[in-house]
Write a new protein. Structure first.
Length: 428
């Protein structure tokens, strides 16, 4: 199928799309809201999932994008025994062998959350199984993500962050870097400038003045989402707000089906609760992208009417929508559904954790930027918004705005190396 991307993609996305249609390994990166996910969805219109699967770095991401996890696809488990033992076990797994011989390439979503050790094990498996000394055994790898956002989960005892780009496998993969710098989420120039500073871990007088000017408690009638660092704070706040509403509570139990072990995993990662409690007037967040693009994952709205099989929601942009129940599936390593969860694709949205908000676009937000512990956590929180005009900072501290220096250095070197080859590879 031939696609024309004229007027659909930004100029940065156009360049990256051309590379994606080529034969090289590609790394698509850029700040939050630069259209990485949209570009990949656009590219995949030309690809069959059986030929070019999408692999997610985490279980939660896999459920949201309808894909498989990187670990399950390559038979990595938890890398018990280290890389060598993991490779030996996976290379003897007939299903892994069959999968790797059937595909022509794959996409890794949110690659920043995969450690270099994990990538290295998968790359060696590919070469071993496909009997080729080419990088990834001759398979095309498309990596997508932003190392300035949330880092990989470390194994206990790790001495340093295991960023994928610090491992020799990154250079060996020979990625064609495409940095998307055109903002598709945000049009607020001042806010974008602050985000660039914060992404870089810079807390200068501009950033201080900007955040201080927005410090305060949200008004009583605040109809946006509050972001908290921890889940217990989030759940308590949502329950308190729901109880404060007048009216009848409507409970919708999520219908789960599938294998027992898979169900346990799905319940852990599904973006919807086991039981959804709603009242008319409740603020909710949509947890799926709408194929007709009426809303995106993270869009917020107020429940106007509740029926057994339909919710009427007034989005914060004023649009009225009707939504029905939807299915969230967990796929096995073969891409077959092994568990499903069916319910309305919404969650209470008075509050969310920063981690769960990654990938979402929020309309209005109040955020607590104190006592953060992860590099990129403050940037992830703030970059959910479309405009700084809709930002309320409950409190903040400079030490919460942090970035791993190795990430800054990685992008500096990578972007310098690509200047002239990629017109959009400009410093962020």
């Amino acid at each position: 199928m031939s696609l024309s991307s004229t007027s659909v993609l930004t100029s940065c996305q156009e360049l990256a799309f051309s590379a994606l249609r080529g034969s090289e390994n590609v790394f698509v990166t850029g700040g939050a809201g630069s259209g990485k996910s949209f570009l990949i969805r656009y590219f995949l219109r030309e690809k069959a999932n059986s030929e070019f699967p999408v692999l997610a770095s985490t279980g939660a991401a896999a459920v949201l994008i309808g894909g498989r996890t990187f670990h399950s696809f390559f038979g990595l488990g938890i890398l018990e025994g280290g890389v060598e033992a993991t490779v030996e076990k996976a290379a003897r797994n007939r299903q892994v062998v069959r999968r790797l011989k059937k595909i022509s390439g794959f996409i890794v979503d949110e690659v920043s959350m995969l450690s270099g050790e994990t990538l290295r094990a998968a790359e060696i498996i590919c070469r071993r199984v496909r009997d080729s000394e080419l990088p990834w055994g001759g398979l095309r790898m498309v990596a997508v993500g932003d190392f300035a956002q949330l880092p990989p989960v470390e194994r206990p005892g790790s001495a340093r962050r295991g960023w994928a780009f610090l491992d020799p496998v990154w250079q060996w993969s020979g990625f064609n870097l495409h940095y998307l710098r055109t903002q598709t989420r945000c049009r607020d120039e001042e806010f974008m400038r602050m985000l660039r500073y914060i992404r870089d871990g810079v807390v200068n007088s501009e950033v201080k003045d900007y955040l201080n000017a927005r410090v305060g408690q949200p008004p009583e009638d605040f109809d946006g989402t509050r972001l908290f660092p921890r889940r217990d704070e989030t759940e308590r706040f949502n329950l308190m707000k729901l109880e404060s509403l007048k009216g009848v509570v409507h409970k919708f139990d999520t219908i789960f089906s599938g294998e027992a072990r898979a169900l346990e995993t799905l319940k852990k990662y599904a973006p919807i609760p086991d039981s959804l409690s709603l009242k008319e007037g409740a603020l909710v967040m949509l947890r799926q992208n709408d194929p007709q693009q009426r809303w995106v994952n993270g869009s917020q709205g107020v429940v106007e009417k509740i029926q057994p099989h339909r919710l009427q929601i007034r989005l914060l942009n004023g649009r009225m929508i009707d939504i029905e129940k939807a299915s969230f599936s967990l796929l096995d390593a073969e891409g077959e559904p092994v568990a499903a969860a069916v319910n309305f694709p919404v969650s209470l949205a008075w509050a969310s954790t920063i981690h769960k908000a990654q990938g979402a676009t929020l309309d209005r937000m109040a955020v607590n930027l104190s006592q953060l512990w992860e590099p990129g956590q403050a940037y992830v929180a703030l970059s959910r918004l479309t405009s700084g005009a809709d930002l309320c900072v409950e409190k903040w501290e400079a030490r919460s705005i942090r970035v791993d220096p190795s990430v800054v250095e990685f992008y500096r070197k990578a972007l310098e190396a690509t200047q002239g080859n990629n017109a959009c590879a400009a410093p962020f």
